[in-house]
Design a protein around this ligand. Structure first.
Ligand SMILES: [Zn+2]
Length: 150
């Protein structure tokens, strides 16, 4: 990143802030040569490869929209959903890979959703994992029971 004032080829990051949707990182930089400060906007490098092969930028909003339906009628607030999307993003970023499969994103949703609301989790899992019989539901419920120690 060249300094826009003196064209010095190097700069120091003094502050970083990620936008609400996680798509843009705003960095405050300072030039070590002339001391001027300037801001840069950098887009998130987290990309998701959809089943169709199309690549799109990861967005928390899409996570929230994807999960909201499963949470209908459940005691889940918008704040809960925002926090869930944040946890999903943190998990995905921690994987260290810049390009993710939509399958990985779905898997990253299951854990925090289970903690949030088990009914919503079962709904989401039934669509996401393609449950097609009562046996599938029963298996998933049994897993939850084992986790509860019942
Ligand atoms: Zn400079």
């Amino acid at each position: 990143m060249h300094c826009p004032f003196c064209r010095h080829p190097d700069s120091r990051v003094v502050d970083s802030r990620t936008s609400e949707d996680g798509l843009v990182i705003r960095r405050r930089r300072q030039c070590p040569e002339c001391g001027q400060r300037f801001s840069t906007l950098e887009t998130s490098s987290l990309m998701v490869v959809k089943r169709s092969g199309v690549t799109e930028a990861f967005s928390r909003e899409k996570i929230v929209n994807g999960v909201r339906k499963a949470c209908q009628g459940r005691p889940v607030s918008d704040d809960d959903l925002a926090l869930l999307a944040q946890r999903v993003e943190e998990t995905l970023r921690a994987s260290g890979s810049a390009e993710l499969d939509s399958h990985d994103v779905g898997l990253a949703i299951l854990g925090p959703l289970k903690d949030l609301d088990e009914v919503a989790f079962l709904r989401f899992a039934s669509v996401y994992q393609g449950f097609d019989s009562l046996d599938d539901f029963e298996a998933a419920i049994n897993l939850l029971r084992i986790e509860h120690g019942q």
